[in-house]
Design a protein around this ligand. Structure first.
Ligand code: ZN
Length: 513
């Protein structure tokens, strides 16, 4: 009797799970926004600089027609020189919004409407929210054409599905779209971290993987770990039929002796959390080698919601002298293809490579920190870092004529910074006349200078920055230059004019005062 009840419960639970998923992501609601087979040069959740990719990139040529994925009204029209370029957002009655970016052209009606608005505002960059009944499309109606406007390397459609109420991007492939994919993800390298009792990295080792197709291993089969506490990270990409692109995987799980310790799923990632990518990846690998490793253990300050399992935050504990543990990593795409990496780890207590930890300041990740001396004031709000930081700091003099302070060396740029912190620097010799031309400069290892602007406060120049590294005060007395590229005094017969604007320093995007 009791067994029947349990079975019934299990059947009901299974049933309600599938129906819940079907109602969340109906696979027959949207059609493909292009007229050809959907071939992807980018997937949802793909690891990109400072963010997870919020949509899918569909291949196409400039001018290829684009269609409304379902019926709905144009909620937003945006034209910007960078970013999404020309883009449309359509709200659908089922609670989702679709976004079409890097478009070449809208429909003639929308084009005329936008042009009119641009003239009215006397600016190119516009964001318009038309009335709900102004532009209404039926499913499959033409909305414009594929292009390469905005920050686009080549012609493609950047397509997003967002939950309308929260604006959270959802993986479009959950809704179907019939992407041909019979190939499993490919695994490249695994990185193993020795962790101390505070879960800080002592050292790490990277292993190339042997194998191909669906099964991978490492040479020698067993890894001996001097530390009984380890973290893992995996470099893996998905590949699809008929394209050469390295796309992102949908999920990755890690098992120790068959028990599931860790799993992420790229189902949805909100814009508020997307920068935690820098905690998910091995940031140093990204900065030093342009290599994206998925960490299978969570740094203390990592608040991403993509993890559907994280026992002990993914940190593997090994008892010494006991038999080896079997580690398995399974990567999947949304078409159901999977590949697996398996090897053994054994705890063999021994001397651990000593980590050089010369530092001046201890900054806990979950508290605010202030560092102050005569020439420098630093204010790190709580949550600036993903883990406790042993900050190395020193200052030096630079005799360059355009540097007006000591150069402050804040640790190094290989440590990720989640949010803005304030840096205030006291100038050494700066005349009143130059004060309003001074700015906080970040200088990278290639001597490239980025300006963060700055405001004066008690004789210190303050700016908000989001990177560690070398900072000083510089002065910009050279105005930007404007060179005509396509411009004649008589513009008759010319379709457009263009100019190149150059400045001697790069300005940080999103400068905050
Ligand atoms: Zn994209």
């Amino acid at each position: 009797m009791r067994l029947w009840i349990i079975l019934l419960l299990l059947v009901t639970a299974g049933f309600s799970f599938t129906t819940l998923r079907d109602s969340l992501y109906p696979t027959d609601y949207f059609r493909a926004p292009v007229g050809t087979a959907v071939r992807l040069s980018g997937t949802f959740g793909e690891l990109r600089p400072n963010h997870f990719h919020a949509g899918i990139d569909i291949k196409g040529s400039v001018g290829d027609p684009l269609y409304a994925a379902a019926e709905g009204y144009v909620y937003r029209i945006k034209v910007e020189p960078g970013g999404y370029g020309k883009s449309l957002a359509i709200n659908h009655p089922n609670g989702y919004t679709t976004i079409y970016a890097h478009m070449d052209k809208f429909t003639p009606e929308i084009e005329a409407f936008v042009k009119n608005y641009q003239y009215e505002q006397q600016q190119f960059e516009v964001e318009i929210f038309p009335e709900a009944d102004k532009f209404y499309f039926q499913k499959g109606e033409k909305i414009g054409a594929i292009g390469l406007t905005g920050a686009s390397m080549g012609p493609h459609l950047h397509f997003e599905v967002r939950h309308t109420r929260t604006e959270t991007p959802v993986n479009p492939l959950l809704f179907g779209f019939g992407v041909a994919d019979t190939r499993p993800p490919r695994m490249h390298q695994v990185k193993i971290y020795h962790l101390d009792k505070n879960q800080r990295e002592i050292s790490s080792q990277t292993f190339n993987l042997a194998g191909a197709g669906k099964n991978y291993g490492i040479k020698g089969d067993t890894v001996f770990l001097a530390s009984g506490r380890a973290g893992f990270a995996l470099k893996a990409y998905d590949h699809m039929d008929g394209v050469h692109n390295w796309n992102g995987i949908y999920s990755l799980e890690m098992r120790q002796d068959d028990s599931l310790l860790y799993r992420f799923e790229m189902e949805r990632v909100s814009f508020e959390e997307t920068r935690y990518l820098n905690a998910h990846v091995d940031y140093e690998e990204k900065v030093s080698r342009q290599s994206y490793f998925n960490r299978c253990f969570l740094l203390p300050g990592n608040e991403l919601s993509i993890y559907t399992q994280a026992v002990n935050r993914g940190i593997v504990e090994l008892k010494d002298g006991k038999k080896a543990a079997r580690m398995a990593f399974i990567a999947r795409d949304l078409a159901g293809n999977e590949s697996k990496l398996e090897f053994w780890v054994k705890h063999k207590p021994g001397p651990l490579p000593a980590k050089k930890e010369a530092y001046n300041y201890f900054l806990p990740y979950n508290e605010e920190s202030i560092i102050q001396d005569y020439s420098l004031l630093l204010h790190f709000p709580k949550g600036t870092f993903y883990e406790d930081l042993l900050l190395q700091y020193e200052s030096s003099q630079d005799e360059s004529s355009d540097i007006y302070s000591s150069v402050h060396h804040l640790h190094n740029s290989k440590t990720p910074v989640h949010q803005y912190f304030d840096i205030s620097i006291r100038p050494v010799t700066l005349s009143e006349a130059l004060k309003d031309k001074a700015f906080i400069a970040h200088c990278d290892e290639h001597n490239r200078v980025t300006s963060f602007g700055g405001v004066w406060e008690n004789d210190l120049l303050r700016a908000s920055v989001r990177e560690l590294g070398d900072y000083c005060i510089m002065v910009d007395t050279v105005p930007p230059t404007i060179t005509p590229v396509a411009f004649k005094p008589n513009m008759r017969g010319m379709e457009h004019m263009s100019f190149r604007i150059r400045d001697n320093f790069r300005t940080a995007r999103n400068v905050q005062g």
